[in-house]
Design a protein around this ligand. Structure first.
Ligand code: FAD
Length: 426
């Protein structure tokens, strides 16, 4: 059996590695000259910056991605930060920004700023929502009805902004609770030693050792479809025949490749639904410093910043991600769809935040990257993901447009790939 994979992002490589382990003849076509999509490193001034991700796996060494990598035989060391996550709050109660100083709260103590009444309610909801998970509204709406306090909105916007590049108002409550459950189950984030590229390199190694081929600078421009099945792909005008196609380019781009008026059952609905998915957008600001700005390898959530949702400093775990004696710190901020036309202002607000968060500390801004549309933070906003199937029985979609339920970012990609492989009985 032969499988062609469109795109060498994490979703494509995980699928190719799984299929090649199962004995499939595998060929991956990637339009860029590099492998890894939004999950590889960009060497810059001696730093290992990244094409997308912040060198961090949401559930570290015990999450779905780490488990899948182990199952595949892709060896990567993933180290969890200590502390795993910290929340920066203003020093004085009642302050609404960091201007007059700040203090850090361990994530496990996130209940402290709630009123006593809300803390009691929270204990009740932790138990009751497990039996009866809420549904049909956004996480923010649910909070308004149950724990209406300024802190609720700040911490949830900061957490979901960091983890999903979404505001709590845009996260369906079902998905939010599935994510919280996974956090308890799998634990907090970790850093792959060597950064994102360590993972995509390890997967490339598995694929190639199984005889699989990865072609870079090879854009797939069309699908050959006959009698409702995909028979092959078009690359540089050449036809490559196959038994199945796995697309790592999202449902919208895949549906555009299938085209209109195909007569395939369900195609109109599929095209309409996938075109309506709004990718989540964000901005990443990479900083260099001689001294650590955070001092640990976990996440620093910043709920009192104007725009920055959270920051990590990966060199506290893997010093090789920066030149000797330097630290690499990365700040992430969600860009709401309504602010997409004013990215420069969003960047300015992020830079202002960093001045307050790291007041009195010296750092240099290395690179500012913005992500949207075709190169977003997530192709599908979490909670709106479509499944892996398409109206064409032997054409599947993987990646961050087809994440599994409750899976944050690459953990969701791993869950989605597992679901897809189950469909293929692998
Ligand atoms: P991609 O990586 O986009 O792969 C798709 C590939 O397909 C690309 O290489 C593309 O060039 C190729 N392609 C497209 N069209 C064609 C075509 N026609 N023919 C051939 N090839 C084609 N996740 C985390 O878990 N942790 C984080 O810390 C984190 N931080 C993030 C921070 C930012 C700023 C961003 C942008 C993302 C972050 N993410 C994070 C999300 C994570 O990076 C992505 O979800 C993941 O890398 C997406 O992988 P993918 O395989 O779905 O898609």
């Amino acid at each position: 059996m032969k499988a062609i994979i469109i795109g060498s992002g994490l979703g494509g490589l995980l699928s190719a590695a799984k299929l090649s382990n199962a004995g499939y003849e595998v060929e991956v076509f990637e339009r860029l000259p590099i492998i890894g999509g939004r999950f590889t490193n960009i060497p810059y001034k001696g730093f290992q910056l990244s094409t997308g991700a912040l060198h961090m796996l949401p559930h570290g060494p015990s999450g779905p991605l780490a488990q899948l990598l182990e199952e595949i035989g892709a060896n990567v060391k993933i180290v969890r930060g200590k502390p795993v996550s910290v929340i920066r709050i203003p020093r004085k109660r009642g302050d609404t920004d960091y201007k007059y100083g700040h203090k850090d709260l361990l994530f496990e103590n996130f209940r402290t700023p709630f009123t006593l009444f809300n803390r009691i309610k929270l204990i009740y909801y932790v138990i009751s929502t497990r039996k009866n998970p809420p549904s049909g509204k956004s996480f923010e709406q649910w909070c308004k009805e149950h724990i209406d306090q300024d802190w609720t909105y700040r911490i949830s916007d900061s957490f979901f902004g960091w983890a999903l590049s979404l505001k709590a108002a845009d996260v369906p409550v079902e998905e939010a609770f599935a994510i919280i459950e996974n956090l308890y189950h799998f634990g907090g984030p970790g850093v792959p030693m060597g950064g994102c590229k360590a993972i995509t390199d390890a997967l490339t190694g598995v694929i190639q050792s199984n005889g699989g081929k990865i072609h870079t600078s090879s854009e797939v421009t069309g699908l050959k479809i006959e009698n409702g099945n995909v028979k092959g792909v078009l690359v540089n005008g050449e036809e490559h025949l196959t038994d199945i196609v796995i697309s790592d380019i999202g449902h919208a781009a895949t549906s555009h490749m299938i085209g209109e008026n195909t007569g395939i059952t369900g195609m109109d609905d599929y095209a309409h639904t996938s075109d309506n998915l709004k990718p989540s957008a964000g901005i990443k600001i990479c900083l260099s410093s001689d001294k650590p700005l955070i001092g640990h390898g976990g996440v620093l959530l910043t709920p009192y910043a104007r725009r920055v949702n959270g920051i990590n400093e990966v060199t506290n775990i893997d010093p090789e991600l920066a030149p000797e004696g330097k630290h690499l710190t990365m700040a992430h901020q969600c860009v709401h769809w309504k602010d997409m036309d004013d990215l420069e202002n969003e960047i300015e607000l992020g830079l202002e935040d960093l001045k307050d968060i790291f007041a009195g500390k010296e750092y240099e801004v290395l690179l500012i990257q913005s992500y949207s549309n075709e190169w977003p933070v997530n192709r599908s906003p979490s909670g709106a993901d479509l499944k892996n199937k398409t109206p064409i029985p032997n054409l599947y979609v993987v990646g961050d447009g087809a994440k599994g339920k409750g899976g944050i970012e690459v953990e969701g990609i791993a869950l989605g790939v597992k679901n897809c492989m189950q469909e293929l009985m692998i």
